[in-house]
Design a protein around this ligand. Structure first.
Ligand SMILES: [Zn+2]
Length: 204
């Protein structure tokens, strides 16, 4: 697909991107999605960085997943859609795409990671009720699963770790009660995300 981007400097960037990305065939796409350079374009005139979001399909057959990635701007429209049964999962926004792919790459269960984010964000909301705070998966190791929270202070992330035994315990709860209030609140049709539990009433 070809698109034009109008740069504020007056320059017009013509870009071309794949609407269907197969991560098994294009490991370099996976790498660029994980490191945030996917669909990033510098204006050759003023060097401004453009990171447009368009709807794309991402398949990763070796991990048994297929996603439609919607632009963040389509979030409201997604919640207004009629009920549907899609043969793939939905992700909204490229940052969430990078987050989900990293979770899958590290062999973790996305629903459990979104549940852990909801624990962290509930705590953050008690301490900073007026801020819009996001939690992102960062990695995992012997000290636990690391998350970065942004929105508490400008240009800073807060590093939070959750011990692996909490992950295991939450996994146990999920296996016993996959449709309890917590896990149900993380899903809207094809879309799994802590954003579903946090969305304002206007999007319900
Ligand atoms: Zn420019």
């Amino acid at each position: 697909m070809k698109k034009n981007i109008n740069c504020p400097c007056g320059n017009n960037l013509q870009i071309e991107y794949e609407e269907d990305v197969d991560l098994d065939k294009n490991p370099e796409s996976l790498e660029s999605m994980l490191n945030g350079t996917f669909m990033s374009y510098d204006c050759p005139n003023c060097m401004k960085k453009h990171k447009p979001e368009y709807k794309i399909m991402v398949s990763w057959k070796s991990k048994n997943v297929k996603f439609e990635i919607l632009p963040e701007l389509d979030r409201g429209e997604f919640y207004r859609r009629k009920k549907e049964n899609l043969p793939y999962q939905t992700i909204i926004g490229f940052p969430e795409m990078a987050d989900r792919l990293a979770i899958i790459k590290d062999g973790l269960e996305p629903v459990i990671i979104e549940a852990l984010k909801s624990f962290l964000l509930a705590k953050a909301d008690e301490n900073y009720p007026d801020r819009e705070i996001n939690a992102w998966y960062y990695g995992n190791g012997p000290e636990g699963i690391e998350f970065h929270l942004d929105g508490i202070r400008a240009d800073e992330v807060a590093v939070m770790r959750i011990p692996l035994n909490v992950y295991e315990k939450t996994m146990g709860d999920y296996k016993k009660h996959p449709k309890n209030e917590l896990f149900s609140s993380l899903r809207v049709r094809s879309y799994l995300s802590v954003q579903n539990a946090l969305r304002p009433d206007a999007l319900k």
